[in-house]
Design a protein around this ligand. Structure first.
Ligand code: ADP
Length: 165
């Protein structure tokens, strides 16, 4: 039986921190479903389609990763996909409280559901999509924080002159 996990998040946009969790997750699981959680009432920086495309491009040719999107409860999506393992990344103590609450709520809503956490690496603990969006919107450099294709997409979004694509 294949061990699959869902790696859910907003990925708005994907960062090198996310990428690292995906790569490490593939050492533990046979396959991952990277699932973009979206809320049609909120306005993200990148559309779901743009985010799917960016994640696919950043991952490259990796048949063990599927990129998908869902709206609504994660547990409903997990049930629908028949997957009971959720993968999440932990950056700092500040992530812990919310993640602890979320993992227990998800298990309450869907008892077979287990959440597995991976500690982020020292190169990534300070990276968040929100900070990346802020830095890029203010014209700051995001190289090393996000994959090159995301860097180009941010440059296009904020009309940077250094956009080579
Ligand atoms: P959310 O909006 O649910 O926080 P994100 O897209 O920000 O979603 O993140 C999805 C998952 O990836 C979360 O488990 C988050 O903790 C983790 N994550 C985000 N950034 C990093 C990082 N730099 N290193 C490790 N894990 C990360």
């Amino acid at each position: 039986m294949k061990r699959l996990a869902i790696y859910p998040g907003s990925f708005d946009p994907m960062t090198n921190g996310h990428l690292s969790i995906i790569q490490r997750g593939l050492r533990v699981f046979d396959g991952l479903i990277v699932a973009i959680a979206y809320n049609s009432k909120k306005t993200p920086l990148f559309t779901v389609e743009e985010r799917i495309e960016m994640i696919r491009e950043a991952i490259g040719n990796e048949p063990r990763v599927e990129v998908d999107a869902f709206e609504g409860l994660l547990v409903d999506y997990a049930r629908q996909r028949n997957v009971t393992t959720i993968l999440r990344g932990l950056r700092a103590v500040s992530d812990f409280e919310f993640e602890f609450q979320l993992a227990n709520m998800n298990r309450k809503l869907y008892p077979p559901c287990e959440t597995v956490f991976m500690m982020t690496g020292e190169d990534y603990f300070f990276i968040s999509s929100q900070l990346v969006r802020e830095i890029a919107s203010l014209g700051g450099p995001v190289d090393g924080l996000v994959p090159p294709n995301v860097q180009r997409a941010l440059a296009r979004k904020f009309g940077r002159k250094d956009d080579q694509s």
